[in-house]
Design a protein around this ligand. Structure first.
Ligand code: ADP
Ligand code: ZN
Ligand code: ZN
Length: 738
């Protein structure tokens, strides 16, 4: 047996690990992540390295391969733990080891440290003045400018000397060697939240909060590692619970990771943690510069902080005394990585927690099917938190059947009920939020008379309309001509929904010219910071109506809003996604949560062509568990996650022909890999829902099974055999449970 060993964590060494032979007596002990002693270089100096892979054959000829000298004592080194996690991720999500390592450990030469260099005089004033005189005489003007600036200012930034004084780096080096100047370089201490100094006083927990805090902290105190799900609506006080438990965790000398979806990582949220925990908090987000990220990473690694807050990447914080991982809003799609390894933060958190003895808490108002199923199976301990802390009451919910509107000759996007309510709020000077769900928008075909959506008969997901007029299922590739009449009722009112937010804004202005309207969608927020500006303006009451896409339903609190209108609740149902029902429930629940956050009772109007749909009905009733039962039954029947496991084989190329050919061959390989047809099902190949992106074409093959282990083994075999059948210039990626 042979081991691939890296001797330091840099990009180069990951790409080119060294091969060593594993002595027979160590064979059982050497696994990915194991720290080993190996002879290195010509002198045979023995140094420490990490095993990143184990295999039966070596590429080199045998006599050139050296033996592993021995296994190092298990240390508490964070690199070692992260490599073990990387090895697990490789298996679990079907990536390569390199990709997994890059994700878990920010390797060395990818990061540059931001520094500040200062220039001061390296000699007495007299010598410097003399040097200035000489430079002027000899017409060495750059040097003259440097000396003069130093004499008048005392010290200069190096960048100032380079950019403003136009002194070259070579001259600076030369002057430093001569001893005329001194350059000192220090790391700039960066932290965007430095200016928050005041601390808050934690409120007394409510009885509901206290029960949960007490249960979890008593586990922590007893040294019991466990995983939990806190199910409580937005505003019920979950964050306050997390903070109490984190506080307990760090008091016992451990560290905590707090994951918050990127979109909710606002100044407001983060400063809440800083006011509670001060400078023991580190923050990661995508807006940080590389240097700032590195600072946060090093602070964590050096044990200078106890709490890391951030989006999914914060999960890999190099804490050596990790005691707790919290994932707030665990259902959020941003916790899933889009690039290889296509991991889900939830799964990685549970694994890292188990590896390092840390407890894991998930929190959500609309738990993912995965989490709630785990809770039901006893894998997660479930806590329910009921009631809003602020004393606000739940809004009235009104479900409007848009098919009836059509019968009453109303072809606009506003039902009679919604119009009446809007008029009413405008007259009372209360605020309104109108929400257009854009998922699935304009790519699905449905009937406006009976609500039927064109779905794939094999996969039960919406089919997607393409430019050439054909409808395709992006799971199995089944395709049909676009129908001109409804297959259910024969109506001619069948088609896509053409209205975007811009069009609706125009319509609103026509009907209510006196209303002040703000619009938020991806077009209108492209300008940096304009989203915050719009939301703040609305909060200050500078508009009556805020119209937008899903981005307006998340996180923002507007006490003045008493009416929320969901213009087309079903659009997300039409999206070609096995999680369409889950997303619909979630979006309606969140949108409803925006109404009546203040003292006045709110109202939600949900417009739909499919009022019998269980996702819409249960969302309107705030009945998560009812929804869960129905949705889970569907997943079980179809073999979709979390009932079954799905492997997505994504194939891409700039060469459409080579792509089609390779994908076809791959599908044949998959089908040839197993005898027992009842255990695995191959779906496709099909064009991906985004077939052409930047001149690269994408196709996909799905394999589903109730046997997760078997499917992972099949994935490994496929990866081995794929190389032989895939044509040049074609890329293949594997991911589980897309
Ligand atoms: P969630 O995370 O579930 O959305 P939060 O913890 O953010 O809920 O709580 C919602 C609001 O209620 C916040 O403004 C918070 O400061 C306040 N709050 C939470 N718990 C308490 C409490 N025990 N006493 C007073 N106010 C509280
Ligand atoms: Zn119809
Ligand atoms: Zn299909």
């Amino acid at each position: 047996m042979y081991a691939d060993v890296i001797v330091n964590l840099s990009v180069k060494s990951i790409d080119r690990p060294y091969t060593y032979r594993i002595p027979a007596d160590l064979e059982d002990k050497v696994v990915p992540g194991t720290p080993v002693m190996v002879p290195f270089g010509n002198g045979g100096r023995v140094i420490k390295g990490f095993v990143i892979g184990v295999r039966a054959r070596a590429a080199l000829c045998d006599d050139r391969i050296k033996d592993i000298g021995g296994i190092c004592e298990k240390s508490n080194e964070i690199e070692e733990k992260m490599l073990v996690l990387a090895a697990w991720m490789k298996e679990q999500f079907g990536s390569t080891m390199n990709e997994a390592i890059r994700c878990c450990v920010p390797v060395k030469d990818k990061i540059e440290n931001k520094t500040v260099s200062t220039i001061t005089a390296g000699c007495s004033r007299e010598i410097l003045e003399a040097a200035l005189g000489e430079a002027v005489a000899k017409k060495r003007s750059a040097r003259a400018r440097l000396y003069e600036a130093l004499l008048t200012k005392g010290e200069l930034d190096r960048s100032y000397a380079l950019k403003e004084l136009k002194v070259t780096a070579a001259i600076l080096r030369d002057e430093e060697e001569k001893g005329l100047i001194r350059i000192t370089t220090i790391d700039e201490v960066r932290g965007p939240y430095r200016d928050i100094t005041e601390r808050d006083i934690p409120p007394q927990p409510t009885p509901g909060q206290k029960e949960i805090i007490d249960s979890i902290t008593s586990d922590l105190r007893a040294g019991l590692r466990s995983d939990y799900l806190i199910f409580g609506e937005t505003g019920s006080g979950k964050t306050e619970i997390y903070m109490n438990i984190i506080s307990e965790c760090i008091a016992s000398g451990k560290q905590a990771i707090m994951l918050i979806p990127e979109i909710s990582l606002t100044y407001q949220t983060v400063s809440r943690f800083i006011r509670r925990f001060g400078d023991r908090v580190s923050i990661m987000n995508s807006r940080l510069s590389k240097g700032e990220r590195y600072d946060q990473y090093m602070r964590a690694k050096n044990g200078e902080t106890d709490i890391m807050i951030g989006p999914r990447s914060a999960l890999f914080a190099p804490f050596e005394r990790l005691g707790l991982i919290v994932i707030d809003e665990e259902h959020e799609t941003s916790y899933k990585s889009e690039s290889s390894p296509t991991y889900h933060a939830r799964e990685v958190a549970l694994e890292r927690g188990a590896l390092e003895g840390a407890s894991v808490i998930f929190g959500s108002a609309t738990p993912s099917l995965e989490s709630f199923a785990m809770a039901k199976a006893g894998r997660l301990r479930l806590f329910k938190l009921t009631g809003r802390t602020a004393g606000a009451v739940h809004p009235d919910v009104c479900l409007v059947d848009m098919r009836e509107e059509l019968k009453r000759k109303n072809r606009t996007m506003f039902s009679y009920t919604l119009r009446e309510q809007i008029e009413n709020r405008l007259a009372r000077k209360e605020q309104i939020m109108l929400f257009l769900n854009r998922r699935g928008y304009s790519t699905s075909v449905s009937c406006r008379e009976c609500g039927t959506v064109i779905k794939c008969p094999h996969c039960d997901v919406s089919m997607t309309l393409h430019g050439d007029g054909r409808m395709i299922c992006h799971y199995c590739g089944y395709n049909i001509e676009r129908p001109t009449t409804c297959p259910e009722c024969g109506s001619r009112y069948i088609g896509t929904f053409g209205a975007g937010t811009q069009k609706i804004e125009e319509e609103l202005r026509k009907v209510w010219p006196q209303a002040r309207i703000l619009r938020l969608d991806s077009d209108s927020v492209r300008r940096k910071g304009s989203m915050d500006e719009t939301l703040k303006a609305f909060e200050r009451g500078e508009a009556d109506i805020l119209l937008g896409t899903q981005m307006i339903v998340k996180g923002h609190d507007f006490p003045g809003v008493t009416l929320v209108g969901i213009l087309l609740a079903d659009l997300s149902l039409y999206s070609p996604d096995i999680r369409a029902g889950e997303r619909t429930f979630e979006l309606i629940a969140q949108a409803s949560g925006r109404a009546g956050r203040g003292a006045k009772k709110g109202m939600v109007v949900i417009q739909t062509y499919d009022p019998e749909n269980y996702a819409i009905i249960s969302a309107a009733r705030r009945d998560y568990e009812g929804f869960f039962e129905e949705e889970m039954a569907y997943r079980i029947a179809m073999g979709y996650p979390p009932a079954g496991v799905m492997l997505a084989v994504s194939v891409s190329s700039e060469d459409e022909k080579a792509l089609e050919e390779s994908t076809g061959r791959l599908a044949d390989v998959v089908r040839g890999l197993y005898e027992d047809k009842s255990r695995f099902r191959v779906i496709g190949p099909a064009k991906a829902s985004l077939y052409k992106i930047k001149d690269v074409f994408h196709m996909v093959i799905y394999v589903k099974s109730y046997d997760g282990k078997g499917l992972r083994a099949l994935g490994d075999e496929l990866r081995d055999k794929a190389k032989a059948v895939v044509l040049e210039g074609v890329r293949v990626e594997y991911s589980f449970n897309v």
